[in-house]
Design a protein around this ligand. Structure first.
Ligand code: HEC
Ligand code: HEC
Ligand code: HEC
Ligand code: HEC
Ligand code: HEC
Length: 193
């Protein structure tokens, strides 16, 4: 049995303090803004062609998401930023940095930057950003505290069926199979025996 004698006091206090800090940090890293479960699967940030940091651009420079991500017709997808948006600043900012020199090479080549995707729904699922953005669902409700990320990672489980249905039920949006799946109705009917 472990007895806490006065000699062990300082260690006990230190452990408690550590636990306390850890729990506060834990709360902080599971953002209160999320309306879907956090992604419990491992989700390390994929290596990107350039070390782009949302924290450096959103939290530090207060850039709006729409500076870089728009929602053109038909509205299913958000765009990845055009390199010209980056060059609006980086033609003159941090031009001595290797990453910005690489960015400039992409810009001069006219090739889009081959960003590695982080969030993907299965093909065949009916999905659109447009309806969600129009209904006032915030980016952070589905993607978490993007502005605090030094490198993009799949913080939330938004691409899972349970997350979609969970929010639809909470918001009284249809959760019938046909809302998200275009299978022929007949294929859903269980044949009589
Ligand atoms: C209701 C949840 C939800 C909201 C709100 C939402 N997203 Fe998404 N986002 C997703 C899902 C799901 C995907 C994966 C879509 C796919 O595979 O086509 C995604 C993918 C993306 C992508 C990758 C490109 C694409 O469209 O596939 C970007 C960039 C993005 N979101 C940015 C944003 C921004 C910026 C906002 C706010 C204006 C936002 N999202 C709001 C769920 C959401
Ligand atoms: C509104 C201006 C602005 C825009 C637009 C902008 N950036 Fe930046 N970016 C900055 C500033 C300011 C810094 C910090 C520079 C520093 O620390 O010297 C920075 C830093 C960076 C860095 C880190 C450089 C280093 O090695 O320290 C990278 C990489 C970067 N930006 C890439 C991009 C990309 C890619 C885009 C377009 C998607 C972009 N930026 C758009 C202003 C901008
Ligand atoms: C200065 C430009 C810039 C701003 C501002 C910006 N982003 Fe991004 N975003 C990018 C770039 C570049 C990528 C691709 C590289 C990466 O994943 O980090 C990206 C990737 C993403 C992705 C991952 C898409 C995928 O599935 O691959 C999401 C989600 C996203 N941004 C959401 C947001 C939200 C929400 C905001 C506002 C809070 C925002 N971004 C503001 C430039 C920007
Ligand atoms: C955070 C809440 C939330 C999440 C998460 C969410 N949705 Fe939705 N969804 C809504 C709301 C709100 C609407 C808008 C309903 C309206 O316009 O009346 C909507 C509308 C839709 C529509 C349009 C329905 C119609 O009748 O026009 C589709 C399709 C859809 N969602 C699919 C999905 C899929 C697929 C996912 C998961 C990848 C998902 N949603 C995740 C809240 C959510
Ligand atoms: C609000 C949106 C939504 C609704 C409603 C919904 N699903 Fe899904 N479903 C999804 C998404 C998103 C995926 C992909 C999940 C993933 O990638 O892990 C999926 C995947 C599936 C899959 C596996 C992949 C496939 O396409 O075959 C099956 C089976 C499925 N759903 C059945 C159903 C059934 C049955 C219903 C009705 C009871 C239903 N779903 C209702 C969003 C939805």
């Amino acid at each position: 049995m472990i007895t806490v004698t006065p000699r062990h006091w300082p260690i006990g206090v230190a452990v408690l303090a550590l636990l306390f800090t850890a729990s506060v940090r834990g709360e902080h890293s599971s953002p209160a803004t999320l309306a879907v479960p956090v992604n419990s699967a491992p989700h390390r940030a994929p290596e990107q062609p350039l070390p782009f940091s949302h924290r450096e651009h959103v939290a530090a420079l207060h850039l709006d998401c729409s500076t870089c991500h728009t929602n053109p017709e038909p509205g299913r997808q958000m765009t990845f930023p055009a390199t010209s948006v980056c060059m609006g600043c980086h033609a003159s900012i941090a031009t001595d940095k290797p990453a910005i020199q690489k960015l400039t090479t992409y810009a001069n080549s006219g090739e889009p930057i081959p960003w590695v995707r982080v969030y993907t729904v299965l093909p065949g699922v009916t999905w659109t950003h447009r309806k969600h953005v129009q209904a006032g669902v915030k980016c952070e409700s589905c993607h978490g505290s993007v502005g605090e990320l030094a490198s993009m990672q799949e913080l939330s489980a938004v691409t899972s069926m349970a997350s979609c249905i969970g929010c639809h039920q909470k918001r009284h949006v249809s959760a019938a199979c046909v809302t998200c799946h275009a299978w022929p109705k007949a294929s859903l009917d269980v044949p009589a025996r």
